[in-house]
Design a protein around this ligand. Sequence first.
Ligand SMILES: Nc1ncnc2c1ncn2[C@@H]1O[C@H](COP(=O)(O)OP(=O)(O)O)[C@@H](O)[C@H]1O
Ligand SMILES: [Mg+2]
Length: 218
Amino acid sequence: MSYPVLELKSLIKSFPQRELLRGVDFALEAGGSYVLTGDNGCGKTTLLRIVAGLEAADGGMLRFKGAAIDLGHYPEALRRELVYVHQQPYLFNTGIAHNIAYGLKMRGVPKRRRELLVEEAIAWAGVGHLGSVLPHKLSGGEKQRVALARAKVLNPGLLLLDEPTANLDNDARRQTLALIEALRHEDVTVMIASHDREIIAMPHVERLHLEAGRVRAL
Ligand SMILES: Nc1ncnc2c1ncn2[C@@H]1O[C@H](COP(=O)(O)OP(=O)(O)O)[C@@H](O)[C@H]1O
Ligand SMILES: [Mg+2]
């Protein structure tokens, strides 16, 4: 039985010059994969950031695993469940394992368990060969894969990926697409803002389209 992990109702967000989100409603089923499409500047990043608790909404309701959340008072605990991966991920200037372990450490996961999870995540993302290479020496694609591993290892209730294949060369894009495809076999709900035709065309991915401040299923 699937159930909605996240429901958004009447989400609104304005900037001084612009009413960006004008009543966004949608529900995401647990374990589902969703792609959020829409023209540049229509508000995809803003929407993902609001859902992740990184930006305030002006109004609306969010329900996470059935519990109602007032978007005006975003609980800290929810921020840990909803993990946002930036289009150009920022990594700490230390080795890959340390980057991937950081969030687990912050969540109080014991060292041994942490090491095991980090090892699994490194293997999953295929970044083991990069060892202790520092982030400034990594390519955009390698950074993106480390960022995906770092997010996935937290086992989030909802994983939010912002244009994960934009700004990547073809090989790096292929590798990132393969990881996105592999997420289908994981017990994770994922929402991806993207224009990438291959992501949109993935058979298990449902499409949500943001236009004129509202979201509709396509
Ligand atoms: N902090 C901000 N202050 C004012 N306007 C903003 C701010 N953030 C975003 N916007 C406006 O929201 C629009 C949509 O941004 P964004 O969510 O990044 O869209 P998308 O990700 O779909 O390209 C921007 O073009 C800009 O006009
Ligand atoms: Mg964006």
